[in-house]
Design a binder for this molecule. Structure first.
Ligand code: SAM
Length: 342
């Protein structure tokens, strides 16, 4: 049998995963058009969702046995879990040196930011695609823009800095509002990060011809500003740019996650566990490894670590398909984004 010897999550292509995306729920209180259908969402069976103790144990195994140095809690919407503080505290107390970050839609963040920070949360990314209430309602199928804006400010006040804003642009829906969102982020001192729309929504209506690409985004920004590429990207998914006024004054920074048109798989350092304890080596993976069953059947930390390391060894070279890319051979994963953990 193949044995874990290095105590690291290495794969066949020489990459080492140190960044764990740990989903805490598949449930979401928004219905973003590119992610979830308007109605009739089938949630994962509640009994399969890992408890706070189980999530903390998974994190502990990753950190103590496999070299995980950074954990991002995601979902679904993590703030829908009332015990999110407890999950964070359990990880932070056992592993104070590990960076713990959160990706959230920001609804309810204003009320919880201080408690999350005191539980041990370091940083937060808030998803926000528009600063216009009508567009927000159209894109998320819910009201609540003001609560998100309050959440961003609450996070800054709680010291969860730098607060980053994740944004997806849809052609004809919010792309013409890019400058309003950018102006808001520059004024708030938050880094705006555009994420190219990926073919992974539950609605399965992704079309390459509708994509607002990284090149499009840079072009729109450069209608009003200058962009200077920042070095030292490393394994980070976002290429970062300094935003300068036409006179050359620094206004802030912007990031672009170009998963579709400028993929960064060769530098990927991520490993993912869904809220029901299924390990994925890649967001687009067709394969999952069940960690929940052994976890609940009394497997030791070493046995779980062994399964985890074996699954990561088989991580595909690119995009869940060794053929690479989102071309003819790309097969969208069965599991929707909210159930994987974005
Ligand atoms: N509920 C949390 C939130 O809103 O940030 C965490 C989960 S959400 C799935 C994480 C991120 O994935 C959000 O920024 C969302 O915009 C993004 N996302 C969802 N579907 C996407 C898609 N098809 N392409 C690109 N990004 C997507």
């Amino acid at each position: 049998m193949w044995l874990v010897t290095s105590r690291q999550l290495v794969d066949r292509f020489g990459r080492t995963a140190t960044d764990l995306r740990l989903s805490v729920t598949d449930v979401c209180n928004l219905r973003c058009t590119y992610c979830l259908p308007a109605t009739g969402v089938t949630w994962l069976p509640r009994a399969t969702i890992l408890s706070a103790d189980e999530l903390a144990r998974v994190a502990h195994i990753g950190i103590s046995q496999l070299g995980i140095t950074k954990i991002r809690l995601t979902g679904g919407e993590p703030l829908t879990r009332p015990d999110l503080d407890q999950i964070i505290r359990a990880i932070a107390v056992a592993h104070p040196d590990v960076e713990i970050a959160l990706t959230t839609n920001g609804i309810g963040l204003a009320e919880r930011a201080k408690a999350l920070a005191s539980a041990g949360l370091h940083r937060v990314n808030v998803s926000l695609d528009t600063v216009h209430p009508e567009t927000y309602a159209a894109m998320t199928r819910r009201d609540g823009l003001q609560r998100v804006l309050d959440g961003i400010r609450g996070a800054v006040e709680a010291g969860l800095n730098p607060v980053k804003i994740n944004s997806v642009l849809l052609a004809g829906i919010n792309d013409h509002e890019l400058h309003d969102l950018l102006d808001f982020c520059l004024a708030e001192g938050s880094e705006l990060r555009f994420i190219e729309q990926m073919p992974i929504g539950a609605t399965r209506d992704w079309a390459r011809e509708n994509l607002i690409s990284a090149a499009d985004i840079r072009g729109i920004i450069e209608q009003r500003h200058r962009l200077r590429e920042l070095p030292g990207r490393g394994p980070a998914p976002a290429q970062r740019w300094e935003v300068l006024s036409t006179e050359g004054a620094t206004l802030g920074t912007v990031g672009i996650v170009a998963s579709v048109t400028e993929p960064f798989c060769e530098a990927c350092d991520r490993t993912r566990i869904s809220a029901d304890g299924q390990l994925r080596s890649c967001l687009f993976s067709q394969r999952e490894t069940d960690l929940r069953t052994p976890l609940r059947a009394g497997a030791s930390d070493e046995e779980i670590a062994q399964l985890w390391a074996e699954a990561m060894w088989a991580k595909p070279r690119a995009h869940g398909s060794d053929a690479g890319g989102f071309g003819l051979h790309f097969i969208q994963p069965e599991r929707p984004m909210n159930a994987i953990g974005g």
